[in-house]
Write a protein that binds this ligand. Structure first.
Ligand SMILES: Cc1cc2nc3c(=O)[nH]c(=O)nc-3n(C[C@H](O)[C@H](O)[C@H](O)COP(=O)(O)OP(=O)(O)OC[C@H]3O[C@@H](n4cnc5c(N)ncnc54)[C@H](O)[C@@H]3O)c2cc1C
Length: 409
């Protein structure tokens, strides 16, 4: 059977895999070959109805990689964030916390980008990059470690010898399992329902997070009078809602909008995801690393899953590039250990924080409701604390990799 050869192999050509390929190609230059394999022929994000909140740090990286100019026209700046916490049937919905979402530099701390636009931009950019080869459909079923090459096994019997294999193959990562890396995690018994809507009144760049007992209902502003809703709902209730016809479904959406933006109409298909948390116990093995959802899955309450993947990419690219510059191979153990130390604690902390927030807000216990209302009201009165949250969510605190600062690694 045919044995191919590539300096770096990335399994999974979706958001994380393609961004990493581009970051490595731009940083390492054309002499290092990169192969991206995906089990699907069509780009995975082509029909993704979601929109992602992309923080300032990751946006800087997308700019350096030439991806941002391809999505800029569809990206909506988030100028203000509002948090509300009241039962669905409440007539009045007081805003508990509002914050200005701009950084001290004047740039927005986040933008909302439709996922399909990001997916197509990544496809186009990767197709133009000479160092990147695409292999699809190709199913990475496992690997055998060897020295100096690791051998990646494909479902059709072919294999690829490589110096570094990166698993960007999503939450059910086959390669993570093949590496014997265990995960900790649990299901939230919630479903993420996503659709896009058009509304009568303008959103003025405001993102709204309305905490309801079934889970947070987020209204993310898109270009024009459109928004993407990311609606976490109790799994059983979500199953029922998803069977509704468009009229009944829209009525549920309108109930949650509570007349904020005048009349609302559905402007896209609906899709749903089971919500769960998982964290890989290790991010690396010899000549092998995990990134993105293959390494961690978090609750979408703060819109940070993809941002964590972008932080992985920036840290892994810098670790590998620094190793290659001093004559080591891309999969050198010192580079991978540096990557793991950089990222594992940060993603673990983020996953735990989002988990706690979801537990705190997705319930209707009177005592808990009063305590969180008091907590939010307190935060609302402390501008320094609000600025700290904005800067943290922007991915610009701690040891920031060069790509997130807008420099090539
Ligand atoms: C409802 C919802 C809303 C969200 N909102 C936000 C948000 O606002 N902001 C944010 O930052 N994040 C958000 N996220 C999280 C974000 O969408 C994910 O973190 C992100 O999609 C992960 O991308 P990925 O490339 O790691 O994995 P995936 O997109 O799952 O890609 C995995 C790829 O691997 C391929 N693959 C799988 N197995 C194999 C194999 N054996 N061989 C070859 N290829 C394989 C698949 O075909 C696929 O292309 C949200 C998530 C959900 C569920």
């Amino acid at each position: 059977m045919e044995v191919l050869r590539s300096d770096i192999v990335i399994s999974g050509g979706s958001y994380a895999g393609l961004t990493l390929a581009l970051a490595l190609a731009k940083t390492l230059g054309p002499d290092i070959s990169i192969t991206v394999i995906d089990r699907q022929t069509a780009p995975s994000g082509q029909r993704d109805v979601r929109a992602s909140a992309i923080s300032a740090g990751p946006r800087h990286m997308l700019e350096v990689l030439g991806i941002w100019p391809l999505v800029r026209d569809e990206a909506q700046d988030v100028l203000e964030i509002q948090l509300t916490d009241s039962p669905l049937e409440a007539g009045v919905r007081p805003v508990l916390l509002t914050y200005d979402n701009t950084l001290d530099s004047g740039e927005p701390a986040s933008c909302i980008v439709p996922n399909h636009a990001l997916a197509m931009a990544l496809e186009n950019a990767a197709d133009r990059e000479p160092a990147i080869q695409r292999l699809r459909p190709a199913n990475a079923s496992g690997f055998t470690d060897g020295d100096p090459f690791l051998r990646v096994h494909l479902g059709d019997g072919r294999s690829i010898d490589t110096r570094l294999l990166v698993a960007a193959d999503g939450r059910r990562s086959r390669l993570r399992e093949a590496a014997g890396i265990k995960c900790i995690g649990w299901s939230y018994e919630q479903t993420g329902i996503v659709t896009q809507v058009e509304h009568e009144l303008p959103h003025k760049g405001r993102a709204i997070q309305h905490f309801l007992p079934g889970g947070p209902f987020a209204i993310l502003p898109l270009k024009g009078n459109r928004s993407c809703i990311t609606w976490s709902e109790d799994a059983a209730r979500a199953r029922e809602i998803l069977t509704y016809d468009d009229t009944a479904f829209l009525a549920e959406v309108e109930k949650r909008f509570a007349g904020r933006y005048g009349s609302v109409r559905l402007a896209g298909p609906r899709a749903s995801w089971p919500l769960e948390m998982h964290l890989a116990r290790r991010y690396i093995a010899p000549r092998f690393a995990l990134i993105g959802d293959a390494a961690h899955g978090v609750h979408p309450i703060a819109g940070q899953g993809l941002n964590l993947a972008f932080r992985d990419i920036a840290a892994l690219t810098e670790s590998v590039a620094d190793a290659v510059r001093i004559g080591l191979t891309p999969g050198d153990a010192s580079a991978l250990e540096r990557y793991e130390q950089w990222r594992r604690f940060d993603s673990g902390l983020s996953a735990a924080t989002f988990d706690a927030l979801n537990r705190l807000f997705s319930n209707d216990v009177t005592l808990v409701r009063s305590a969180r209302e008091a907590g939010l009201a307190l935060v609302d009165r402390i501008p320094a604390l609000k600025r700290m949250f904005v800067s943290e969510a922007a991915g610009l605190s701690g040891e920031v990799p060069r790509l997130l600062r807008g420099e090539l690694a």
